[in-house]
Design a protein around this ligand. Structure first.
Ligand code: UD1
Length: 335
């Protein structure tokens, strides 16, 4: 299938581009490179021996998106990664978050409708579950009111997609609720590139180990968990990328209108402390850390029930936390 990847130069987008090629599809990238690097495209080519067509522009720009769909006549599906994703920044600057994350989706949906393109996979997040009542989380676990604009854009986007399908539109759509993506491609040519001081755990670990940060602060060790630190479902980014291919192939077999949501995780909860210990052990490197206060807005524990995606799409995560920690470190050392 010819697949448009909006945000294809980003962390999850670049890994998904590689996996699309591996599965015999043709990825076409749209990116404005506001939070990604042009050389990532060269790296995709180094890994796959294929160079995706790249359209540089903004998904909120209807004329630009029309141009892309006109030039690439036979697009069969879209994966929409385009979004700002820094939770703290979204609290300080809500308008660009709503504008970018929501307008880009609305624009893309409108243009898809004009060109009769039916399939769209959307990047949602486990953040829609808020503080879980119980774990593991299933897709019917309640969504909770968002406590920051970033999380709210994910709730709104899921609702937009659902409403569109309910309206009877010629659309087939799946928001994938990602848990915590970590790791890097086994070639170590692509990986996560946080801008500025990382707010996510793994880039903070790797930058501290590399000497770029003085120390890592563990945000709280007094949670009601086995070692007192938060529990998350850390999933290797390559496994997550492969879930997008399974989703597209599944969507393609459905009849419009169609809407459904799926968790993408490993099904295991791992603590922040366990992840740091694993990083140190598999890489034989020390990470200087201190215990600090809890971070506002953090949930105590959050991991996925993955039965729905396992059974429906025959997809499951394959890579271990150890592999992810080795890959993240090898990638960090190339930077
Ligand atoms: C965060 C967002 C989530 C978003 C996801 C996307 C919040 C509250 N949640 O998830 O909405 O979908 O990123 O990437 O920001 N930690 C430390 N020290 C650090 C960094 C993190 O101890 O320097 C801990 C956190 O307290 C948390 C765990 O590591 O328990 C994971 O944190 P992070 O990587 O930021 O992911 P989430 O908070 O789960």
């Amino acid at each position: 299938m010819k697949i448009l990847i909006n945000g294809g130069a980003g962390y999850i987008g670049s890994h998904t581009t590689v996996e699309l090629y591996n599965a015999g599809h043709t990825p076409i990238i749209v990116d404005n490179f506001s939070n990604s690097e042009r050389w990532i495209i060269d790296r995709i080519e180094q890994i796959t021996d294929k160079r995706p067509a790249v359209y540089e522009g903004d998904c909120t720009d209807t004329n630009f998106m029309n141009e892309v769909f006109t030039k690439e006549k036979d697009i069969e599906g879209v994966i929409h990664f385009t979004a700002f994703k820094a939770v703290g920044e979204s609290v300080e600057k809500p308008i660009p978050y709503y504008k970018n994350n929501i307008n880009s989706l609305l624009t893309v949906l409108e243009v898809m409708q004009n060109y009769n393109v039916q399939n769209i996979v959307f990047s949602s997040s486990a953040t829609v579950y808020g503080e879980p009542d119980t774990n593991p989380l299933t897709e019917i676990s309640p969504r909770k009111e968002a406590i920051n604009p970033y999380g709210n854009t994910k709730l709104i986007a899921e609702d937009i997609l659902k409403d569109l399908a309910t309206s009877g539109a010629n659309i087939k759509t799946i928001p994938l609720r990602y848990f915590n993506p970590i790791g890097a491609h086994e070639s170590h040519l692509i990986g996560e590139l946080p801008s500025g001081v990382p707010s996510n755990l793994v880039p903070y670990i790797t930058q501290t180990a590399a000497g770029l940060r003085d120390e890592l602060t563990i945000f709280g060790d007094d949670y009601n968990t086995p070692d007192g630190t938060c529990l998350r479902d850390f999933i290797h980014v390559v496994d997550l990328a492969k879930a997008h291919i399974a989703t597209l192939e599944y969507l393609d077999k459905q009849t419009a209108p169609f809407f459904d949501v799926f968790n993408v995780g490993t099904g295991n909860g791992t603590s922040v402390m366990e992840l740091i210990n694993t990083f140190e052990k598999v890489n034989n490197v020390k990470v200087k850390y201190v215990i600090g206060p809890r971070r506002t807005g953090d949930v105590e524990s959050c991991w996925a029930d993955t039965k729905k995606i396992n059974d429906t799409m025959n997809w499951k995560s394959e890579k271990s936390i150890s592999e992810a920690m080795k890959d993240s470190w090898k990638w960090q050392k190339t930077l």
